[in-house]
Ligand binder design. Sequence first.
Ligand code: NI
Ligand code: MN
Length: 227
Amino acid sequence: MKITYLGHASLLIETNGKKLVIDPFISGNPLAKDKFVVENIEADYILVTHAHQDHVLDVQDIAEANPGARLISNFEIVTYFSKYGIDGHPMNHGGSWNFDFGRVTMVNAWHSSSFADGTYGGNPAGFVIESGGKSVYIAGDTGLTMDMKLIPLFAKLDLAVLPIGDNFTMGIESAAVAADYVECNKILGYHYDTFGYIEIDHKKAKNIFDKAGKELILIPIGDSIEI
Ligand code: NI
Ligand code: MN
């Protein structure tokens, strides 16, 4: 499973011959917009955790550039985008589905979820993705929650992708506790540095995880890791 950081909370996951784009927010991200051409991003699936603008901004452009791409999200978000002709697979919390690339479980996130125009965006979620013999937890925007202790029941994780930017989500200290709750020692940090509210000290962040016996991976936008 290859995971490329597209900036903010956007990821490209390549697994089992499929391309999964997570929470695409590139054209509005000052740190990412010059690094990618949104219309050139290839996707077989687009996974969306919640309806906030910094997670859905480029869904439509990527879907239009990739005819046949399916949106995987909660019922409300899939319904919203279906009005724009985007094909989707609706899910809800606690449910799993076997796709051609692997299994997705929609899990809880403690946050909010509304579209920029005020439309109700259902409840915010995270995903556990099991594919190609690997399992990754993508937390979405969330605070630290006891529900994270349920994640190991769904899968033994090889990687947890956790927000670390604070203010709108968990900060670094909470994310280190979350890593414990989900029983994973390898963490990819996301949702940081994009704007002033969520700028972090990278060295301090890595030290906090080091002390907790965990590895925090922070990679430049456009770089990839393999798990
Ligand atoms: Ni959000
Ligand atoms: Mn966000």
